[in-house]
Design a protein around this ligand. Structure first.
Ligand code: ATP
Length: 308
């Protein structure tokens, strides 16, 4: 049994498919009422981890608890308390928002489906659109409807698998306001995303690659622990400079951001020396704090180098 303020504890979770480890000795802990972001490249094992945590998959080894229930032996109890929004949720295009939600409420076997649908409509800010057909909704409103369907059975934990993929920035922002409101009401949220702005809106983040946890903590902690020294380089000839820097020892990450190049390295002295060496050239080098994206690109570059 975990402490009452802890929603998820996972210790050494491992899962293989066809002899290939897709989650490798992964440990994590999520406090209740927190929004925990899950980041990592495609195929890094995020969905598989989420499915083990909510009792849909049994780990090959490792153990853990979700909402106080054992993820190996109490999977049915977990499923009753978790709302899971998958990447490919389905709704009925020719039913209205209200009809969709009433239908889902009936599937859940809720006592008063109409009242439950009403409550979900007002909780998720859908009141003005309740009678609109789901098929006519834009991507952002469809996601909100999916979120409303997830909270119908009053779950304690929401597992959201890339809930805003393909949704425009304003709708993503509104969706996140909603998630924060639900967390404020006490819901715990584990959400996978590829968007850095969304990662920064989480209380804590876990970054995984090749099934292994590479970084975990608040944005500030992850940036501080990265030990990266970063420069923002602007000016002429950035393409050629990037190619040269990628082959330079002491440069761990080079990434173009609009009209600038972000250059980072773990050895601050060596990178300062490289920056001094470029002084007086066509570019200007300005020391800056690494961004979360710098850190994740660096982690990924490291993993790719390790694979070669
Ligand atoms: N049931 C399964 N059988 C075989 N392989 C699987 C199965 N489920 C997942 N995989 C493989 O495991 C790896 C991890 O997949 P997973 O869906 O967990 O990654 P992910 O990080 O969620 O990826 P994405 O960001 O693309 O959603 C992938 O290579 C995937 O093809």
């Amino acid at each position: 049994m975990s402490a009452p303020n802890i929603a998820i504890v996972a210790e050494g979770l491992t899962k293989s498919f066809n002899g290939r480890k897709v989650v490798d000795n992964l440990s994590m802990r999520v406090e209740r009422g927190r929004i925990h972001g899950f980041l990592g490249p495609n195929g890094s094992g995020k969905t598989t981890t989420i499915r083990m945590i909510c009792g849909l998959l049994t780990p090959d080894s490792g153990h853990g608890s979700c909402l106080g229930y054992d993820i190996r032996t109490q999977q049915n109890a977990i499923k009753r308390k978790v709302g899971y929004m998958t990447q490919r949720f389905s709704l009925y295009a020719d039913l209205s928002i209200r009809e969709n939600l009433e239908f889902v409420a009936r599937i859940y076997g809720l006592d008063a489906p109409a009242a439950a649908a009403d409550a979900a409509i007002s909780r998720c800010g859908l009141s003005g659109r309740a009678e609109q057909l789901a098929g006519e909704l834009s991507g952002g409103w469809k996601q909100r409807l999916a979120l409303a369907a997830c909270i119908l059975p009053a779950p304690e934990l929401l597992l959201l698998d890339e809930p805003t993929a393909g949704v425009d920035p304003k709708a993503r922002r509104d969706f996140w306001d909603e998630i924060h409101r639900l967390a404020g009401e006490g819901l715990t949220v584990l959400v996978s995303t590829h968007y850095m702005d969304e990662a920064e809106r989480c209380h804590e983040i876990a970054y995984i690659a090749d099934g292994r946890l590479l970084a975990q903590g608040t944005t500030a902690e992850i940036i501080a622990r990265s030990g990266l020294s970063t420069y923002v380089v602007t000016g002429e000839g950035l393409g050629a400079l990037a190619a040269r820097l990628r082959a330079t020892e002491g440069v761990d990450m080079v990434a173009p951001f609009g009209m600038a190049l972000h250059v980072a390295g773990r050895d601050a002295e060596r990178l300062a020396e490289i920056a001094r060496g470029c002084a007086g050239g066509a570019q200007s080098w300005v020391r800056d704090e690494p961004s979360l994206e710098d850190v994740f690109i660096d982690l990924m570059t490291h993993v790719e180098k390790g694979r070669r």
